[in-house]
Write a protein that binds this ligand. Structure first.
Ligand SMILES: [Cu+2]
Length: 379
């Protein structure tokens, strides 16, 4: 009888085995609660077990190469430990020390003191021990103490807190500027001084029914589920990176926990944050503002690499290094100036050679955006 009941229920819900599988995977794809990755990253497993298929027209993925560096388990991603992620920037380390060494200690001391006071009051001043209650209504010393002590505690918290805020919002001169734009539901990045622009989408799981056939599935070498992206932002180690953050539709938030960065991305506004780290690796984050149906599916992946590899990544993406561009322009201008003037005027009275197309004047114009890696159709 019970079996018949189950059969009827399954039939009513249209639960064919395939449908059952889809429904089983759907919550994992559609629930923000699934954001906590459970699989550990095995750097060597990605290439051997699940190489994935590159998009049509895209170069094959070489895991471990620049732009596809292998994530380190527990660094730049949640790994089940409680507390704040390991920090890799100066402000992150300052904040971590402030939280762990000062705020938590202070909270613990206050909690213990209040608990002791409660227990003393319960025991010493219970009705059984005090049949005739005290009629005191004032005690000047106690009143001064319970007014001054909280003020001192707040000052002790405020001073390091404001110092941390000042360090967060007074960045040193930037070596590199990245414009970050939030969209529903992906990120786009622009390095205006390098002529690199691209979009960054979440990589879907291999068995995700919404993944299109030309979309490369996620592998462990890309990063944890719901955090791995097709195109990572690559920045050089040891360089101060300024992030100019905005959005083009609704409010998003650009957050990378290991950098101690969380900056709202508002349409029509430019907000600024910054990071510098000498620790190479891959650092993941997520949009941290409820921005719509697929808010949980627009992760951030930042790869920190050596300046030489960063230059390689820029070249791979059709960009140019600012110094190289200026040097090339200067060489072109010098060569143009050295050309004999054959314009037909008297040799002795020839005017200075005009700038030829492609000379320094032309080359100082902003480089056009290279939409070289923004041809995704991941929606
Ligand atoms: Cu968002």
């Amino acid at each position: 009888m019970r079996l018949i009941g189950w059969a009827i229920a399954l039939a009513a819900a249209g639960m064919t085995p395939a449908a059952a599988q889809n429904t089983a995977t759907a919550p994992a794809q559609n629930s923000a609660a699934a954001a906590a990755p459970t699989s550990s990253v095995t750097p060597s497993a990605g290439t051997a077990q699940n190489p994935g298929q590159p998009d049509a027209g895209q170069p094959a993925i070489v895991y471990g190469s620049v732009g596809h560096a292998l994530p380190t388990p527990g660094i730049g991603q949640p790994d089940g430990r409680k507390g704040i992620q390991d920090q890799v920037t100066p402000t992150g380390n300052e904040a971590l020390a402030f939280h762990n060494n000062w705020l938590l200690t202070l909270c613990a001391i206050i909690s213990v003191v209040v608990l002791v006071l409660l227990i003393v009051a319960l025991v010493r001043f219970r009705r059984g021990a005090n049949p005739t209650p005290s009629r005191n209504s004032h005690n000047t010393l106690i009143e001064v103490v319970w007014t001054l002590l909280p003020v001192l505690i707040l000052v002790a918290i405020a001073i390091p807190s404001i110092r941390l805020l000042r360090h967060q919002y007074s960045p040193p001169p930037a070596d590199l500027t990245v414009k970050v734009t939030g969209h529903q539901w992906y990120w786009s990045y622009e390095l205006p001084d390098y002529g690199v622009t691209f979009d960054s989408y979440m990589l879907k799981e291999k068995n995700d029914p919404t993944r299109q056939s030309n979309q490369r599935p996620r592998t462990d070498a890309d990063g944890p589920p719901l955090l791995a992206v097709d195109n990572r932002l690559v920045i050089p180690a040891g360089k101060v990176v300024k992030f100019i953050v905005t959005a083009d539709d609704v409010i998003h938030s650009f957050a990378v926990p290991a950098f101690w960065i969380k900056q709202d991305a508002n349409p029509g506004q430019l907000h600024e944050t910054w990071a510098v780290t000498s620790r190479e690796g891959v650092y993941f984050g997520q949009c941290s503002e409820l921005c719509g149906a697929r808010h949980g599916f627009m992760p951030i992946a930042v790869e920190v690499t050596s300046p030489a590899k960063f230059a390689q990544w820029v070249a791979q993406n059709g960009g140019h290094m600012p110094g190289a561009k200026a040097a090339a322009a200067s060489t072109t201008a010098t060569a143009a100036a050295a050309q004999p003037n054959t314009g037909g005027t008297a040799a002795g009275n020839a005017p200075p050679a005009p700038a030829v197309p492609g000379s320094a004047v032309a080359n100082t114009a902003p480089a056009p955006n290279n939409k070289n890696v923004s041809n995704r159709t991941n929606q």
